[in-house]
Design a protein around this ligand. Sequence first.
Ligand code: UN1
Length: 505
Amino acid sequence: MDYSKVLAAAGLDEIARAADGNEQNDRLQVRTPIDGSLIAALDQHSVADVEQMIATANEAFDAWRRVPGPRRGELVRLIGEELREHKDELGALVSLECGKILQEGLGEVQEMIDICDFAVGLSRQLYGLTIASERPGHTMREVWHPMGVCGIITAFNFPVAPWCWNAALALVCGDPVLWKPSEKTPLTALATQRLVERAMTRFGDAPEGLSQVVIGTADVGEVIASSRDVAVVSATGSTRMGEQVGTVVASRFGRCVLELGGNNAMIVAPSADREMALRAIVFSAVGTAGQRCTSLRRLIVHEDIRDDLVDRLRAVYADLPIGDPLDEGVLVGPLIDERAYDQMQSALDRARADGGEVTGGERVLADRHADAWYVRPAIVELDAPTDIVRAETFAPILYVLPYRDLDEAIAMHNDVPQGLSSCIFTTDVREAETFLSAVGSDCGIANVNIGPSGAEIGGAFGGEKDTGGGRESGSDAWKAYMRRQTITVNYSRELPLAQGIRFEI
Ligand code: UN1
């Protein structure tokens, strides 16, 4: 199929042309999961290139940290304007490159626009505290200063929004950004970078190297993680990747923001509005073909309503429109690649071996697309969780588990290594508040009568345990991109020591 129109609309015409029959092995080959065809072959950066880019970013830092916060916000305002103007093209490119349906591709660009708006306001609100000094004639305050270069490592499933959650904040905080996108989705990064460059031209005096994109595989990511000249490393992806990056960054006392795997659940209580729950389940379990870190993977449902809910779910799953994510009406696009398909099948095999009853999960559209991996989302009924339920499989598999009382449901809910997002469907305020309390969900995100995915940018996004503990996006997540300085000024003519210590010379 000819997707060059989508690439051309995103301003990537010459890349589209370069892809024509161009399969040299040293270039990064980009395939669309829609039909598996080659859409681009890109030159990759070497380790030396990345070192040079880090040096340029540090020169940019020296200039950018001198620019007042509200003026830095003006650049982010212009980036938001470019994104607004090119939302359709970039949204389509997201669909083309990672396979999510167009509505979700557009939604992802909208998240970028929203966080830009948030960051523009923030650029005038990088507030510190004033603190009461214990000494007469002294003042104390806390000031937030720019931190340094911010490396941003992103995953294929959200190829652009997580960059923006980090970059919009980092830029208003005074930090240049160096982006290593997933090797599966570099085109959306290049298209975004073009928009940033347009915004920088309109801005006027943004330093060169303020925003850069690194094209390559894990080795260039390692350069970013290990360089002492990258002050903050924000990484989104698998728990395995986070372990590697987090360990390297910690060993040099760098700062890390990790947003890793999730194994998100929904508890459905007997009092729940089942129609609403059904819609929330389907969107969060099959949206992005189950490849969101916030995807619903476990449905913990009261035994009295389990059969009814599962029957309704099976009926919806049987009719789900699966196909080309750029086609109107399609709700489930392809998996990213064959490996994702194999991992899904092996998880289903393990669930079957554990006694699970599997509905769906089979490959579809193989006759039309031999090199693409479309599946019918799967429902797996189990009597109790097994090891495979505790693992994050990045595919549309929904494990259904029964419970009898809420304490048991919450214990089951928390009994996984990951801690990203969670939710309960109930109309009982006691149940809802228990779920949200200190003895309830152990996740970074907890919702009532809303599915676990599709968080708004205004809140801090991230979670605990194997999810990595980082927070991105809204609330006070900006503090991760700045260094805190505690300042004490003595405006008296004496030199009293803290804690009343006497030290006469
Ligand atoms: C991800 O899958 O990495 O809450 C991010 C959501 C989106 C972000 C998902 N706002 O589902």
